[in-house]
Design a protein around this ligand. Structure first.
Ligand code: SF4
Length: 336
């Protein structure tokens, strides 16, 4: 994905210097750009970061919500997590039951990360949508014309009418913390979702609300080296429910920045900047500074990294699954 092009096209801003509060977070290097983050974060604000549940939760999804949780810890802020299972039903052709089941399943992965229930609202559109949020969506919908969403989101005359209204729902989710608590929102989102933020920024002031800001994230690479993980490609992502053997198989098949032969690797070193294994070691807490030095100097072989990653991920996922089980008792606290 050409992030420079998107940032320019969307008119977002790059950080000239990464803010102190963000720079020590492991996901900081995935922040591509932002909107008004520096001014909004000077005062209390809320975070909105949604989940479109259309399958099982993988490590890419998890890393994003780990970042959201770290932001909650740093800024002590309210976090709103809308689950757009209505959109997945309307857009992806999945059944109504699956749209519900995926949401209930993914919910456990998010709760397991340790969000503060007093400061976190999880809203599943097809399950616990608050009346005041629906009312806000109706008010928003009167400000959006069909030609706007058609131009912005590429709708055609074949697009179902549910998706048109869903645009208003998405805007309402972003403005909900502002309406309910008077807090400006910072949306943490993949950069290609920015059209919804622009739409919200256009409408916010017409309704008397603060324009939302954003932190745009780039994609965590797939294990196969592509830019984005895919739930439908079994070797490209590790799911939170994968057992240790499956994790091992996937990591052993992962794309690396290693050379064709061991002797070449020793002579010329590898390339961690394109290496999926390195990216995951970094995200999940390995000492990547040392790994990078050794890799570049030809002192480290890809097999060593893969072994280290398998151990790291299996320990992490073992603990995560335990917390995920316990999360079943906490669901009520989050679905208010
Ligand atoms: Fe990647 Fe490690 Fe191989 Fe270097 S040695 S290319 S960091 S797997």
């Amino acid at each position: 994905m050409d992030y420079d092009k998107l940032v320019k096209e969307f008119g977002a801003e790059r950080f000239e210097v990464m803010p102190d509060e963000l720079k020590d977070l492991r996901m900081a290097k995935y922040i591509v750009s932002h909107r008004d983050f520096l001014s909004i974060s000077k005062k209390p604000f809320a975070i909105v970061s949604g989940r479109g549940p259309s399958g099982k939760f993988h490590l890419g999804h998890l890393a994003t919500f780990m970042f959201v949780k770290q932001m909650q810890d740093k800024y002590k802020c309210r976090v709103f997590i809308p689950f757009s299972n209505d959109e997945k039903f309307l857009l992806r052709g999945i059944s109504f039951e699956d749209a519900q089941n995926y949401a209930m399943d993914n919910l456990l992965d998010i709760i397991a990360l340790g969000f503060d229930p007093e400061l976190t609202d999880i809203i599943i559109d097809l399950y616990n949508l608050p009346q005041d949020l629906y009312n806000l969506a109706i008010r928003v919908s009167r400000k959006i014309t069909y030609s706007t969403v058609k131009a912005l989101l590429g709708f055609t005359s074949e697009t179902n009418i549910g998706l048109s209204f869903y645009s208003a729902m998405q805007v309402a989710h972003i403005l909900y913390p502002t309406m309910k608590y008077g807090l400006p929102s910072v949306v943490i989102v993949a950069i290609d979702q920015d059209p919804f933020i622009r739409l919200t920024r256009d409408i916010a002031e017409k309704l008397g609300y603060h324009k939302p800001g954003a932190l745009h994230l780039g994609y965590i690479p797939s294990l196969q080296g592509e830019q984005k993980m895919s739930s439908s490609s079994p070797y490209s992502a590790i799911f939170t429910t994968d057992d240790p053997e499956t994790v091992k198989k996937k990591v052993m098949n992962a794309f690396t920045g290693g050379r064709e032969t061991l002797s070449l690797q020793k002579e010329k070193g590898g390339n961690p900047s394109i290496c999926s294994v390195y990216a995951y070691l970094d995200l999940f807490g390995a000492d990547t500074e040392q790994i990078k030095k050794d890799c570049l100097a030809g002192k480290r072989m890809c097999g060593d990294c893969k072994k280290e990653l398998i151990t790291l991920l299996n320990a992490f996922l073992d603990e995560h699954r335990r917390k995920r089980e316990k999360s079943k008792n906490l669901v009520r606290k989050f679905l208010k």
